[in-house]
Design a protein around this ligand. Structure first.
Ligand SMILES: Cc1cc2nc3c(=O)[nH]c(=O)nc-3n(C[C@H](O)[C@H](O)[C@H](O)COP(=O)(O)O)c2cc1C
Length: 340
């Protein structure tokens, strides 16, 4: 692989979602292989002291690279955590032989650019069971279980734990300061979460059980509300997202990377099928709520990601689509003749 080929592949990899759009990755490319490193400078010590969510983010970037290579006709072999003594080296991707490019490989690679986290309410239309079954099988092939939250007692428990975690977070000045440091008012910012990518209004007021992370609590000037008897008030349309919990048997770096790779495939297949998604990971941020989720839902192993998925509503007329941007690829990719 030449430098310009790796530049293309790593550009695709960096389109991956990451917690607070921290983009916690660095890549080192040589002709035969690509190394993925965790960037120690981009940590979230309050929200993610174990760096679990950042390692998941890196796993997603790694799989985006695999998908981009497959669409160019290259097989890739991935080794996770090749040198446990080097805590920042997460994985190595080696170029295998040439392969035929399938329609599916092309479709998934095309979905990389189209995928964005969509936190706005979805259409009131359910996600087909067959699609959820496919996502479950795909996650399974990456050593990750995917459990749709469909039974009402599981939904009640999950919604409760999200609300509890969100309440704890909003009461924690260190959490709020860290969140604020990754919130961006400049839509051209190259990292962090742009305010324009977060729906206006108080998440508690949405016509949905599923409480999205409140990125702007400290900035909100007025809480919009509908006065009783308001003639314009009509019952809100309720979204019907598919909510899926993903997890792994083990709870270590290789498991986090595997669940990141599974997340990548789930998101790209969903995007290709016309769906949009947003993670709801508040309850997994805190050991207390994460452990309670394990026991209340009788999970085998550790929950890693909670995702709401659905069909997007048409954007309101004239509303700019604010998408989260990325740092230039040169900032995260270094070339070596041999990466050692
Ligand atoms: C591990 C992980 C956890 C995340 N948790 C949340 C979350 O709790 N709430 C949320 O709105 N977005 C969450 N996100 C989405 C990121 O904020 C989003 O990927 C990032 O801002 C980049 O935007 P994009 O996905 O539109 O490219 C999470 C993403 C990852 C990878």
């Amino acid at each position: 692989m030449q430098e310009q080929d790796w530049t293309r592949v790593v550009t695709a990899a960096t389109r991956a979602p990451s917690i607070h759009n921290t983009q916690p990755w660095r890549f080192v490319a040589s002709p035969e292989r690509l190394e993925l490193h965790l960037d120690p400078a981009r940590a979230l010590p309050v929200l993610d002291p174990s760096r679990r969510q950042q390692v998941i983010s890196c796993g997603t970037a790694l799989e985006f690279a695999v998908v981009a290579l497959a669409a160019e006709g290259f097989a890739a072999e991935v080794e996770l955590v090749p040198e446990p003594d080097d805590p920042d080296l997460l994985g190595v991707l080696r170029i295998g032989g040439r392969v035929d490019v399938s329609d599916e490989a092309r479709a998934l690679a095309a979905a990389i650019e189209r995928r964005h986290t969509v936190r706005a309410p979805f259409e009131a239309r359910g996600v087909p069971d067959e699609l959820v079954d496919r996502l479950q099988a795909e996650a399974g092939s990456h050593g990750t279980w995917l459990k749709p939250i469909t039974r009402s007692e599981e939904e009640v428990a999950t919604v409760f734990l999200i609300s509890r975690a969100e309440e704890m977070e909003q009461g924690d000045p260190a959490y709020l300061a860290e969140l604020e440091s990754w919130l961006r008012t400049d839509p051209a910012a190259e990292d962090g979460v742009p305010v324009g990518a977060v729906p206006e209004g108080d998440p508690h007021e949405r016509a949905s059980n599923w409480l999205i992370r409140d990125f702007v609590a400290g900035h909100r000037e007025a809480h919009p509300f509908r006065a009783a008897g308001d003639p314009d008030a009509s019952p809100p349309e309720v979204e019907r997202p598919a909510v899926v919990l993903m997890g792994t048997q083990a709870d270590d770096r290789p498991a986090w990377l595997r669940s990141g790779r599974a997340l990548a495939r789930v998101l790209l297949i969903a995007t290709d099928a016309g769906l949009v998604a947003s993670p709801l990971t508040q309850a997994l941020d805190w050991p207390a709520t994460r452990t309670r989720m394990q026991s209340r839902l009788s999970l085998v192993g550790a929950p890693q990601m909670l995702l709401r998925m659905g069909y997007p509503r048409p954007a309101p007329e004239g509303a700019p689509a604010v998408v989260s941007r990325r740092r230039p690829v040169e900032d995260v990719l270094r070339f070596e003749d041999s990466a050692g």
